[in-house]
Design a protein around this ligand. Structure first.
Ligand SMILES: [Mg+2]
Length: 266
């Protein structure tokens, strides 16, 4: 893994060689700092302004791919003309584009039922935040007392186990969040490829450069589908050997600097 700014000459080469650039980023922990309450994760004025500038460039398409619901993600980011993908890629919307994974759609009722069971089981543990997001469920425990964390994990495992055993759902450990998703052959990587194909077809782009930035477990699927010179995968956080990303940036602050450099390049 190499720091992206150390590989900058190579990156410039890739940008120059591309007929169009697609930049996709995760939201929480990538474009915004990690916070205790999910509703407090808002874009800084600087990042918002840079995303807007990128979206306004004819040679660039931009998008945000998050574990949040599409609806929530759109209202948080609120920039026109970009791609949005919610529920870890299972829902996608963009200029002239709309997609919902049909297998995931079939799990909607199961997700609702599990969210209700989790709410009941965890109602006496302070700080737990359960997000029912339609196609998936998040159980946040960043605000839970450390000695109570095992109780949260226990309840999540117990309630999800029957569905995990049947192969209906998967449970992923994220940063102080349990992510419960339908087990479908679709993820952030498939969403990246899907949006890339759409753009290539729409713009007749002979050579598309795709950039993906992310900080957590489900972003690894996106890192895996991108290879140089036409795919640049960027992990956000301290250098991490286990990540599939080829490059890293240390923080959201460096991500903002990267966006600024990209604006000036294209
Ligand atoms: Mg994230």
């Amino acid at each position: 893994m190499e720091h992206l700014f150390k590989a900058w000459p190579g990156f410039i080469k890739s940008v120059k060689a591309a007929s169009h650039v697609l930049i996709l980023a995760d939201y929480d922990g990538t474009l915004t700092q990690i916070v205790g309450r999910p509703e407090d994760a808002v874009l800084s004025a600087g990042v918002r302004q840079k995303l807007q500038a990128l979206a306004g460039k004819s040679g660039i398409s931009a998008g945000v791919i998050s574990g949040r619901s599409l609806k929530e993600l759109k209202s948080l980011v609120a920039i026109e003309g970009i791609y949005y993908s919610g529920n870890h890629g299972m829902e996608i919307e963009g200029p002239g584009l709309k997609y919902v994974n049909s297998q995931a759609e079939a799990a909607r009722i199961t997700m609702q039922e599990m969210a209700a069971q989790l709410a009941e089981a965890l109602e006496n543990i302070d700080g737990v935040i359960i997000q029912e997001k339609g196609l998936s469920v998040s159980v946040h425990y960043r605000l839970v007392k450390p000695e109570k964390e095992d109780d949260v994990t226990g309840a999540v495992k117990r309630i999800t186990a029957p569905h995990v055993d049947k192969g209906e759902i998967s449970v992923y450990p994220m940063k102080k969040v349990w992510e419960i998703r339908p087990q479908v052959d679709w993820n952030k990587g498939k969403a990246v490829e899907f949006i890339g194909r759409e753009i290539k077809a729409k713009l007749k782009a002979s050579r598309l450069l795709t950039i993906y930035l992310g900080d957590d477990t489900t972003d690894e699927d996106a890192f895996k589908v991108l290879h140089r010179p036409d795919g640049w995968s960027i992990f956000v956080g301290s250098e991490k050997a286990s990540s599939s990303a080829a490059y890293y940036l240390n923080s959201v602050v460096e991500v903002e600097e990267f966006l600024d450099r990209l604006i000036k390049l294209k």
